[in-house]
Design a protein around this ligand. Structure first.
Ligand code: IVH
Length: 702
């Protein structure tokens, strides 16, 4: 597809999305509807070709699904528009010629989507009726639930227990022969372990990347100066469709079986038992699969999956619900390209495409420079997103993200939205490469990149932006917790020169404040009261609040546990700092250096004389806890936990006799990993450190 064709496809898609957003179909005339239907069909057909034929989509799966839902709505309302060429009935086009084509003995079907509880219930009730049952006797109709893994579909053929062929789905009827590549996937057995496998067996499933393996792959590609992948799905597709299988062999792909194709031989009569059988023969099956006795239970389980989506080590975009009884499956059969016996309960999309208008840079409290994307606003999971992080200059470079690009943006849970990468094929040639400015955009000081680090810093001690961010951090919840002092007020106080050093906060007077815009007596009083309370925060809060590079809350707590006062910390030598659990060389050096800077020493003195608490309270000291299951163990907590905050988890660990640390090292004994564990989990895996779930931790307590 040419650049202009792609560009016009994107423009047509955006126009359609806008028009569909603005007006409900029932307020349109029949002529309007027919024009809209024709355009929707055409656009969906073209996207289908890109997705299935070229493996090069220009919109996200979620956007494609949304458009398809609208097309179906129209066709339901106006059945005469639903011709046999409607994209609602088609899967895509022919595969590329690069691999040998393989005709599937039975087509690999697609799945119908459900987006709500009602959709699932309606699908279930239809199924029960079509299976000739009445809803009262539904007790027999068990359902099987499986994660809908976001990867690439694959059909494996075993003859006499030996893998003879692996084929991609392609357009459903004809796929590509990727046997050589698949032989390199270690979890796929080359021979089945007996006994009793059929003489010919076709296993269907999904090739995917574990999140951790994906992160590792991207880290390696980055190191080698190669382009990185936007998401695990792209990485799986790109790795499976390598013409050189030696490259695939270096990509740690995974596989889960989710079904059986045409097979010569006996198989159990329930789907879940068949999967169990496959597992017995040595094929990987998702450990998350489960069964439900009723549609209500299935819905409950599907929702709970949606909640823990982020904590799974593979990306899922929904839950597949299937009638478990094979005879019911056979009775129900399929319509066009999807079986009636299965449905995909899709989660709200987390990834959408939009245009990257500009890249701006932000200056953090430690001077760290973070590039940020300015986007054409888009809705992701019900939230309007117009800015997203781009991490650092290397991230932009390795993904070749350019201003003007159509980009894939992800927002998962409460995580800050991020740009995953460009849709390269949507380029028109007008996109511009971005380079990191050589000077701080706020104070103009030259930017510096620290040897061995990906980040760039404004190292000026007088950068006003750094100071505003520092005030904001100082006042934040985990630091001095000064209510009402956020980024706006920090800006105002700094701009009006009421606060030029952190200690000035404790010198503020009501008269200074009421003179400010937006301040009345009450607001001034409240703020001063908040500041007064901040004088009495624990030492750990103060250590964290100072904004020392690499000192997060956990490290601050460890430090406060080891030194009786800020003064003692200020005069500690490097060895004393390094002996604090969880404090390594880099952190120790950073703390040591911070206290060697005159203005910082002056700050410490000023805070002390202004009555700010700088000594450790008894309860902060690391009192040796009585023997517990974690005695003598160092534990790191990472990711988002479900039933407790990280702080609570740390308290629990201390109560169990363990010590907590902020970073994973050889000294770590356990890592407690919640959702989105990121690089700590990776490091723990690399070092062979045992990983505990939140449940494991609770079990220890009980
Ligand atoms: S069943 C005959 N089960 O989703 C039913 N598909 O949108 C078709 N997928 O192409 C497949 N996880 O690649 C099934 N547990 C699962 C799945 C799953 C992921 C993929 C599959 C299919 C696509 C359909």
């Amino acid at each position: 597809m040419s650049v202009t064709a792609t560009k016009s496809l994107i423009e047509r898609t955006r126009a359609l999305q806008k028009s569909l957003e603005k007006r409900a179909t029932d307020s349109r005339t029949p002529e309007d509807i027919s024009v809209l239907h024709a355009e929707l069909s055409d656009v969906l057909l073209l996207h289908g070709q890109r997705y299935y034929g070229l493996d090069d989509p220009v919109i996200s799966d979620g956007e494609y699904d949304d458009l398809m839902v609208r097309l179906r709505e129209i066709e339901d309302q106006y059945p005469m528009l639903a011709t046999e060429n409607s994209p609602a009935l088609r899967v895509g086009t022919a595969p590329l010629a690069a691999f040998t084509k393989v005709e599937h003995p039975e087509p690999l079907l697609s799945l119908a989507n459900a987006f709500s509880d009602e959709d699932i219930r309606a699908w279930y009730e239809r199924g029960v009726r079509n299976a000739g049952m009445d809803l009262q006797s539904e007790a027999r109709l068990h359902l099987a639930l499986e994660p809908k893994i976001d990867g690439v579909a694959l059909a494996l053929t075993y003859e006499a227990g030996t893998l003879v062929r692996a084929a991609t789905r392609g357009n459903g009827r004809v796929g590509e022969d990727v046997t050589e590549n698949v032989r390199t996937i270690r979890s796929i057995p080359l021979t089945l372990s007996g006994p009793g496998f059929p003489s010919r067996l076709e296993v269907r499933g999904e090739v995917y990347f574990q999140r951790s393996a994906f992160e590792r792959l991207n880290a390696r590609l980055l190191k080698e100066g190669q382009k990185t992948f936007a998401n695990p799905r792209n990485a799986a597709a790109g790795s499976l469709r390598q013409l050189d299988s030696r490259i695939t062999a270096m990509r740690p792909l995974s596989f889960f079986s989710y079904g059986v194709g045409p097979t010569t031989g006996e198989l159990p009569s329930f789907h879940s038992e068949r999967l169990q059988q496959l597992e017995n023969w040595g094929l990987p099956v998702s450990p998350d699969n489960c069964r439900a006795d009723s549609v209500d239970e299935a819905i409950r389980l599907a929702l709970s999956w949606s909640d823990r989506r982020e904590s799974m080590d593979y990306e899922i975009d929904g839950v597949v619900v299937k009638f478990d009884d094979i005879s019911v499956q056979q009775q129900l059969g399929s319509v066009s390209n999807a079986p009636r016996w299965a449905i995909a309960y899709k989660f709200p999309a987390q990834e959408v495409t939009t245009t990257l208008r500009d890249i701006i840079v932000n200056v953090g409290r430690t001077g760290q420079i973070t590039p940020e994307a300015v986007l054409d606003p888009v809705q992701i999971g019900g939230v309007r997103v117009s800015q997203a992080t781009l991490h650092n200059a290397d991230y932009i470079l390795s993904r070749d993200i350019r201003i003007g690009d159509t980009v894939l943006v992800k927002r998962a849970g409460d995580v800050i939205p991020k740009v995953l990468g460009p849709v390269v094929s949507a380029r028109t040639g007008t996109e511009e490469r971005w380079t990191l400015p050589s000077n701080c955009p706020v104070c103009g000081a030259p930017l510096e990149r620290i040897e061995g680090e990906a980040d760039t810093y404004c190292v000026s001690a007088d950068c006003p932006e750094q100071f505003v961010r520092l005030v904001e951090h100082f006042a934040s919840r985990n630091a001095m917790d000064i209510e009402g002092l956020g980024s706006k007020l920090a800006n105002l106080l700094a701009r009006e020169r009421l606060v030029e050093h952190l200690d000035d906060l404790f010198r503020l007077q009501a008269d200074d404040l009421v003179a400010l815009e937006g301040f009345g007596d009450k607001r001034a009083r409240n703020l001063l009261q908040g500041i007064e309370q901040a004088r009495h925060r624990p030492l750990a809060n103060l250590v964290f609040a100072l904004g020392i590079r690499h000192v997060g809350k956990t490290t601050a707590e460890a430090i406060a546990g080891a030194f009786p006062s800020l003064d003692a910390l200020a005069s500690a030598n490097l060895d004393a700092l390094k002996s604090v659990p969880g404090v390594g060389t880099v952190v120790a050096q950073s703390v040591y250096d911070w206290f060697r800077i005159d203005r910082n020493r002056r700050l410490v003195d000023a805070l002390t004389s202004l009555g700010v608490n700088t000594v450790r309270r008894e309860e902060e000291a690391h009192a040796p806890v009585e023997e517990g299951p974690l005695s003598g163990k160092t534990v790191v907590v990472t990711g988002t936990l479900e039933g407790m905050t990280r702080e609570e988890a740390k308290k629990m660990i201390t109560a169990l006799g363990g010590k907590t640390a902020s970073s994973v090292s050889r000294k770590t004994d356990f890592l407690v990993a919640g959702a989105s564990p990121g690089s700590k989990l990776e490091k723990a895996n690399e070092l062979g450190i045992q990983v505990l779930s939140e449940r494991d931790l609770l079990n220890l307590l009980s």
